[in-house]
Structures are given as C-alpha cells and as structure tokens.
Design a binder for this molecule. Structure first.
Ligand SMILES: [Mg+2]
Length: 369
C-alpha cells in the first residue's frame, strides 16, 4: 500500500467577539486551519492538522509512491524539512490516521495502547479578572474537571498571584492548579520585556500556599541557569511545547531542565518520537504530556499519542468559553470533543485518529472516502 496523494485544504472561522489569548498581544479575530489529507492506493484517506503547512507543497513528492507503513522514513524526511521549511507534523498524523483506518484499530493502540482515557485539565487561555476566573473554575469543578491551568499576564504578576489564590479559595484543596507564564516562545513581533528568574521565583513564593501543581514556561529554555534555580522549590517546572527537534528535547533531558515535557505532536517533534521520549522520561522519573492548543484534529493526534504512550498525569484540554469554546476549538469536526462527568477525555470509538470531519467546512473531502 502506497501513498498516492497529499492535499491540503484551508479553512477559516471568524471569532466575534475576538479571543484575547494571554500569549498574544493581538486580539484573535479569526482562527485558521490547514487540513492535510493523505490518500493511499487502497483509497483510504488519513487526516491531520495543527501546523499552518505554509510552503509544504514542493515537498509532497518526497512521500508520494512510498509505502504507507514506512513511518520511520516518513518521520526522518519530516525532520529534514524542519531545517529547510516548516513543522509539517500534521503529515505524520495523517499517515498514522490512514494506517489506523487501514488496520481497523485506533492509533493509540499502535503507539503502545497504555490507556483509553486520560484525566483532562481545563486549559484556559485568556486573562480574566481574578474573581470572575475563580467563579469560572468553580464551574469547571462542577463539570467534573479535576485540574485547571491558569494564565498569568507577564506584565502583571500581582494580578496573577491574586488569581491563583482566588481560584484556590474557590475550588478547594482537591483540584490541581497549573500556571502558564508563556515565556518560552513568542508570537511574531512580540518584543515585550520578559520576566527574569528572580521575578518568577518571587511569584512562586507568593503562590506557595496555593500549591501550584506545575509552573509552565516560566523562562526561555535557553536560560538553563534560571530554570535550574526554579527546580526543587516545591513546584514542578513544565515546558518544551514548541521545541523544534527531538535532539533539542534530548538536550533538555540531559541537562534535566524540566519535570514535565510538553512537545506538541503536530507542532513540535511528531508522534513516533514521543514514544521514545516518553520511555526516556519515565526511566528518569520525569513525565511527558503534550501541549494540544491547535484545533480539534491536533487535539486528537495528541490524545492518541498521549493515551498510547501513557502520558500524564494530566492531558491538556483547551477550554475557556466564551473566547475559546469547544465549538471554536473544534471547528472542522462534526462534533466537538468533550470530557465526561469525571473530567476524563476518552479516545473516540472510531479507528485511526477517530476524526469525524465536518464536510460543511471541508466539502472537497465529502465523497472521497
Ligand atoms: Mg503552554
């Protein structure tokens, strides 16, 4: 069975009102999505999405005519492209989707089959008044979530400290609270002054009573001394969501920079490599749990990888209505992915990645499978 076609369809959805992401100085007035379709000689079509896929077209020929199952080669080719062009990992996701559909199994079972569901953490994205956020988190707890991630504006740590304590007071001791400072990569053109290790350490000290489960991206990953100064303070350090290569991840592991490693499988270093990374981390008492903030298909690719390799202890579930509602996040799917009443996110029933495409958004694919 060979790869016979790779095509990309683009879709956009207006966001009105705009989504005010904490990591983006510009309001988001639309969300864009690139759907990668990998078709095989048997007529199976696999889907992937996440990266913008800008500039991929000239490289499609590297995959055409190649055996679908030759994942090792496909991944190594994609790794060569991260130097020349972009992060085309949705191609790998689409290949796995096609393989799963061909073999009639969920992709998670091909990557280890460690779990069929994972505890989700509601990953908020917007800055919000501390009391409004605390009330919102009570609602999340009532929905069944056992963990929530908060964003702290880097220019107003006092507001962030107030938010962390207000949320802790509101949700009680049982719910886990993660905090993301979004300081390891930047939106294009964002030249705001970064926090330094001293400011971050003071923030952590001020939040001590609230028992933060992990602090995410407190500093750039190049600030190894600063990151190391935050280790062993009673709060885990998480990061690595946009690291560009598997080798960079291994350097971070060698220097033991993080407790929790979060490469996104459709934006960072792919799915296959996370099988290896997860094994290495487990043997060293560290954990892998991926960033998932792209779209519903990207979420599914990360979910299958995470479930397959036994990632954890919590899985990122972007959810911050009304700015980032399930409808907005999962546009392109016929139904949004949901958690159950116990805050668990389950693998879909279907084979492959379990993507149920919305053909109103992608009419080009309506009669292809
Ligand atoms: Mg993050």
């Amino acid at each position: 069975m060979k790869i016979t076609d790779i095509r990309i369809h683009r879709a956009s959805r207006d966001l009105s009102p705009a989504f005010l992401a904490n990591w983006d100085p510009q309001p988001r007035r639309s969300v864009e999505m690139a759907l990668v379709c990998v078709e095989t000689s048997d007529g199976v079509v696999g889907y992937g999405s996440g990266d913008s896929m800008v500039g991929f077209e000239p490289y499609a020929e590297l995959f055409l005519g190649q055996p679908l199952m030759a994942v090792d080669n496909h991944v190594r080719i994609l790794e060569t492209l991260t130097f020349h062009a972009g992060r085309y990992w949705p191609v790998e996701a689409a290949i796995w989707d096609a393989i799963g559909k061909t073999l009639n199994v969920p992709v998670a079972s091909l990557l280890g089959g460690a779990a069929e569901s994972l505890p989700a953490y509601a990953s908020t994205g917007a800055r919000m008044d501390p009391h409004a956020r605390a009330e919102m988190c009570q609602g999340l707890r009532d929905e069944g979530f056992t963990a929530v991630k908060l964003r702290v504006p880097q220019e107003d740590l006092a507001e962030g400290i107030a938010t962390v304590h207000a949320v802790r007071d509101a949700v009680g001791a049982e719910m886990q609270i993660m905090v993301d400072l979004n300081q390891s990569w930047r939106m294009a053109g964002d030249l705001r002054t970064r926090l330094d290790a001293t400011a971050v350490r003071r923030f952590l000290d001020a939040c001590h009573e609230a028992q933060i489960f992990w602090l995410e991206e407190p500093l750039p990953l190049t600030d190894r001394v600063g990151l190391n100064s935050l280790r062993g303070t009673g709060t885990r350090v998480a990061g690595g969501e946009m690291v560009r290569t598997f080798e960079e991840l291994l350097w971070l592991v060698d220097d033991d920079v993080l407790d929790i490693y979060q490469p996104d499988v459709v934006l960072s270093a792919g799915m296959l490599r996370m099988r290896a990374l997860s094994d290495i981390l487990r043997s060293r008492g560290r954990r892998f749990t991926p960033h998932t903030w792209s779209n519903g298909i990207g979420l599914l690719a990360n979910l299958h990888t995470a479930a397959g390799v036994g990632a954890g202890p919590y899985f990122e579930f972007p959810y911050d209505p009304p700015g980032w509602s399930l409808d907005r996040r999962d546009f392109g799917l016929s139904e949004p992915i949901r958690t159950d009443g116990a805050g668990m996110v389950h693998l879909p029933e279907a084979t492959g990645l379990g993507i149920d495409l919305d053909f109103e958004v992608f009419p080009q694919e309506r009669n292809r499978t």
